[in-house]
Design a protein around this ligand. Sequence first.
Ligand SMILES: [Zn+2]
Length: 366
Amino acid sequence: MSSRAKDAEGRDPGSEETPLDMPWLAEPLRRTLVHQRAHALLIHGPGAVGQFELALALAQGWLCEATAVDLADRPCGRCASCRLFAARSHPDLLVLVPEALRESLGWEQGGDADEASEGGGRKKPSKDIRVEAVRTAIAFATTTSARGRGKFVVIHPAERMNEVAASAFLKTLEEPPGDARFLLCSAAPDRLLPTIRSRCQQLALPIPETAEAQTWLARRGIADPAVVLAGAGGQPQEAAARAGDGIDAASWLALPRRIAEGDARAFQGWPLPLAVDAMQKVCHDALCIASGASPRYFPRDRVAGDASLAALLRWSRELARVAADAEHPWTVDLAVESLVEQGREALKTPRSQQRDAKGLSLNSRR
Ligand SMILES: [Zn+2]
């Protein structure tokens, strides 16, 4: 699978957005810039809806030095501070992201101390935010602001702080250094230490309105934005990233049929987590239809309406098992083939055979 594609202006979708490019962030940005004073803010939302971009815009807005611009209209994008911000060299901003995400987010800065892995050698980039990086951030936060407007640490995704890192960070939250403020981004706040959560002011971002998100996707040249957006559960950044990875509307719409035919090539080149996620969505929608509810990720006519509930539940459990064990050294092709085979059985089992499914019969509804 190709790396994330660039859009018409050469940007990487989902990384270098300013909040003004994401209309659903404009109001939270204005409101938070003016009213928020907490030393720690947790920006969370269901999946990728702009948490990181909002945190960066808030830091830029609070660091902005424009004198003729109201706080609500910052960042100005033109002052010396905003220029330093754009060059990613602002001395009062530190962005902590896992090594594995730095390139795709375009933030090489921050936490260099974690690059040497525990074994001493160079391992593959860490998906965690490690304690060395958190210590660097704490040391950064305790020094005096270089330009006099405070110091900002953005941590994304905050739930990727491993246990040791989270404990170190918690101590800082208990006794926050003078003029430092922490902006934590998360799509899974329940995976943060409860003690960290409780010490942060929380800002919840909702899933953007469908029309707004579709317009945003269409403006980025993504065809059939309604289909792509539904496939990504309404999360526009996720939808853009998938489109960039070549998962277009047509190949998405074909997935239920190809699984029902046992065609594992439908997932050729897909990373395992993405393939499992897509199969979970097919399974979810088939379960919805089998129990009389509306599907969420696919149009109704794309998903078999006569699937076996028992086989779907078996498939669902197996998908959850593989999803939970994503670090397992699966042979990807074999894992996908096995999951597709189970999907084929689930989607193809005629209702007439469901009498065999103990306690799960749908026959009373027929
Ligand atoms: Zn400015």
